[in-house]
Design a binder for this molecule. Structure first.
Ligand code: ADP
Length: 147
């Protein structure tokens, strides 16, 4: 079933200059981009985004990292988007991520793991709504118009 999911190309990947390669991996895997934006998260944004992890020992490290530079936020669509994106992104810990996954290729450690992928359709919708308004979402078909 067609689904939407939400992703963040995290600050380490943007700083490494691999944004284009990661976007290309999404497109090659059959995802369509419905919305995309370069953002610098405030501490408040990052704390709210990762609110479920408040109180964990890594929380402040995670917030420091997510606010350390720009990230690219995207709303993506394809069949089984949530599961398929998590497969492509790989294990939270890059050292445990399968060969060929984005975290294996571009993650540095469990915090600086290059890419976020939502874990459910409901969370994807909630997370995307922090960054995109309804009118930012492009649902036009991708086939080029005939002249
Ligand atoms: P995922 O992003 O794979 O869904 P989680 O929701 O568990 O993983 O964690 C959110 C983010 O918090 C991770 O992507 C990672 O950046 C960071 N994180 C998770 N667990 C740890 C940890 N044990 N130590 C440091 N950072 C962590």
């Amino acid at each position: 079933m067609e689904e939407r999911t939400f992703t963040i190309i995290k600050p380490n990947a943007v700083a490494m200059g691999v944004t284009g390669r990661i976007i290309d991996a999404f497109l090659q895997d059959g995802f369509r981009i419905l919305a995309m934006r370069l953002v610098c998260m405030s501490r408040n944004d990052a704390e709210k985004f990762y609110a479920v992890h408040r109180g964990r020992e890594f929380f402040s490290r995670l917030v420091d990292f997510m606010t350390s530079g720009p990230c690219v936020v995207m709303l993506l669509e394809r069949e089984d988007a949530v599961a398929e994106l998590r497969r492509l992104v790989g294990n939270t810990d890059p050292a445990r991520a399968a060969e060929g996954t984005l975290r294996r290729m571009y993650g540095e450690n469990v915090t600086r793991n290059a890419v976020h992928a939502s874990d459910s359709v409901e969370n994807a919708r909630m997370e995307a709504s922090r960054f995109f308004r309804e009118e930012d979402i492009v649902v036009a078909r991708y086939e080029p118009k005939e002249e």
